[in-house]
Design a protein around this ligand. Sequence first.
Ligand SMILES: NC(=O)c1ccc[n+]([C@@H]2O[C@H](COP(=O)([O-])OP(=O)(O)OC[C@H]3O[C@@H](n4cnc5c(N)ncnc54)[C@H](OP(=O)(O)O)[C@@H]3O)[C@@H](O)[C@H]2O)c1
Length: 290
Amino acid sequence: MDKKVVLITGCSSGIGLSLAVRLASDPDKRFKVYATMRNLAKKERLLECVKGLHKDTLDILQMDVTDRQSILYARDRVVEKRVDILVCNAGVGLMGPLEVQSLDSMRRILEVNLLGTIQTIQAFLSDMKAQGQGRILVTGSTGGLHGLPFNEMYCASKFAIEGACESLAVLLQHFNIHVSLIECGPVNTDFLVNLQKVELEDATLQQVDAQTISFYEKYLQHCSSVFQNAAQDTEDIVKVFLDAIQSPSPAFRYFTTSVVPPLTKLKMTEPDGSQYISAMSKIIFSAEDQ
Ligand SMILES: NC(=O)c1ccc[n+]([C@@H]2O[C@H](COP(=O)([O-])OP(=O)(O)OC[C@H]3O[C@@H](n4cnc5c(N)ncnc54)[C@H](OP(=O)(O)O)[C@@H]3O)[C@@H](O)[C@H]2O)c1
């Protein structure tokens, strides 16, 4: 049987790297993986993980999702001339009080997380339609389902992806193309290191009022404790990707924990939003500030 051709964005680290390694190491060699990354100088980490054993199941290509030419160039290097499973995973974060975020930083996160994902899908869509089959998997975030203070632009980018993917899914089912979002909570990756974050000692914070800074301090403590105590490993996320890939009729949305996180549920079941806002605020900023 022909191998399924998989192309993954953002494979220099984290979820993308783990997924590429797992699929390229499939014991039954069911996948040919094109692991893409914007900076090929970072490919050693991936190569170390696969230990040179996967010459027939793995290729590494340069792809910057913000650069249409680089997407098209990578697409044209796919030897099989088709992609069965496209994984849009590349993403960046931006954290801090909204008042200090520069227009450039805000543009950048939208360019990577939103437009980068969409223009990657665009580049492969016509061929997938012509093939009459395909899978598009997108690394989503619970931050795309409910808001998180000090992550306005990150959440905006991930919310927008939800809308774009849901809209596409309605149409693409008629082409036998399944769109799925893998909704992750905190995951142990380089994400927090790579994240563009306003530090408490940054001079830019001088323009921000003391109350907001105090809330930001609490948020940073909350965030680090959540990542220390509740972050999943990339292997857990990869299992969920595999479930979606192997399902004959994949769901639109997969959660990476067995139960939908209570706050996510609250957002979905209480549509007027006030209960979610109050619960999230209580959790992060503590009861005495309500
Ligand atoms: N970790 C979490 O807690 C978490 C939670 C929910 C959702 N997610 C989502 O999971 C996805 C993967 O993140 P991760 O946790 O694995 O973090 P990560 O280790 O920082 O990986 C992010 C990947 O995206 C790549 N990337 C960034 N900008 C790019 C661009 N313009 N073109 C191509 N690749 C680009 C990075 O490449 P460079 O090495 O070149 O920067 C890196 O390979 C993201 O979409 C993120 O939003 C993560």
